[in-house]
Design a protein around this ligand. Structure first.
Ligand SMILES: [Zn+2]
Ligand SMILES: [Zn+2]
Length: 355
């Protein structure tokens, strides 16, 4: 019998463990791919631990959501098609290299039918509810979730499935702004730098302020086109002043209490606070300010298949600068997660399942 080798969460809080499983045989519209690359995402740390911090010592656990180990994580996958079900073979040529769109819904509900599968109430996300790319093979339910990446470095392209599409989905919610407005990007790490690059590509006339506690990241943001950089220690009034009172949107890729406080206090009237990061905590906002300032608080979670296609089109047009990628063999997945937790990673770690 053919086998699939995966690194799985077998118990929340424990290191991932290797497992040998039966290799699934694709049926109907399913496609089986041999994993070439899989990016390591910050959210994998939460999925491995089994909870998110909600603030005030409260936690949201995956177990309450019916998610129990074993789980094969990994949602930034590029693979090579090895087999397809009888109804998919024409669209899934063996040997073709494809980026896997992982944010797959039930396919039947209204949100799925309008293309917002990332918001489906019965998600089948690959690497979260369904087995992902920390393995040598991955089963994808339909070839429509496989996107060609001809001409791109497959390790870099893998990061577009989460880091890239998340940045794109958030930027789409911040635009358009009015003439003279500015936008803040809070957290200039991997996803934040991608957002900065996308803002430069989609709205080059809008000045972007890069906000980060790390002077190194602030310098890097200026080098890739931020109009100004800002140390959050200076406080919200200083940020509002820096934007000339015209901060129309703040994209928060940290999602902590301090960044929420900074953003909501610095926005102009009618401003949009777009929360992306999952650091955790609670949003505290004096309620009268929400109507009086007409603030919008907008959550943004990954992106749609259409966002993914738009992002690939921008990449093809040369408008999506590469982020630094460090490659490691799949067997080093636990060390990679530890490095990510310790903040030792610039850009993205991408696991190579063929190494
Ligand atoms: Zn992710
Ligand atoms: Zn659905």
């Amino acid at each position: 019998m053919a086998h699939l080798h995966a690194w799985r969460v077998e118990r929340f809080g424990a290191p991932l463990a290797p497992a040998t499983l039966a290799l699934p045989e694709p049926r109907g519209r399913e496609v089986l791919l041999r994993v070439r690359h899989c990016g390591v995402c910050h959210s994998d740390l939460h999925l491995k631990e089994g909870f998110f911090e909600l603030g005030n010592g409260r936690r949201f656990t995956l177990a309450e959501r019916g998610m129990e180990p074993p789980l094969t994580l990994g949602h930034e996958t590029v693979g090579e098609i090895v087999a397809a079900g009888e109804a998919a073979s024409a669209e899934a040529p063996a040997g073709a290299l494809r980026l896997v769109f992982p944010w797959i819904g039930c396919g039947a509900c209204t949100l799925c039918r309008i293309g917002a599968e990332n918001l489906c109430g019965k998600p089948r996300f690959l690497g979260i509810q369904c087995p992902g790319g920390y393995a040598d093979h991955i089963l994808v339910p339909d070839p429509r979730y496989l996107l060609p990446i001809d001409g791109f470095d497959p390790a870099l392209a893998a990061t577009w499935a989460c880091s890239g599409v998340t940045a794109y989905g958030a930027v789409r919610k911040a635009l358009p702004v009015l003439e003279g407005d500015q936008i803040a990007v809070i957290g200039a790490g991997g996803v934040g730098s991608a957002a900065l690059a996308l803002l430069r590509a989609l709205a080059p006339e809008v000045p972007v302020i890069a906000v980060d506690v790390d002077p190194e990241k602030r310098r890097a943001a200026l080098a890739v086109g931020a109009a100004a950089s800002f140390d959050p220690k200076e406080g919200a009034p200083a940020l509002a002043r820096l934007a000339g009172g015209r901060l129309a949107a703040a994209l928060d890729f940290v999602g902590a209490e301090a960044t929420a406080q900074l953003a909501t206090s610095a926005l102009r009237k009618g401003g949009r606070y777009v929360v992306v990061g999952l650091y955790g905590g609670e949003l505290r906002l004096p309620l009268p300010f929400v109507p009086m300032l007409s603030l919008s608080v907008i959550g943004s979670y990954v992106g749609t298949l259409d966002d993914m296609r738009s992002l690939l089109a921008l990449a093809s047009a040369g408008k999506l600068p590469a982020i630094p990628v460090s490659r490691r063999p799949l067997a080093e997945v636990n060390a990679a997660l530890d490095d990510l937790r310790a903040g030792r990673v610039t850009g993205r770690i991408v696991l190579d399942a063929t190494a």
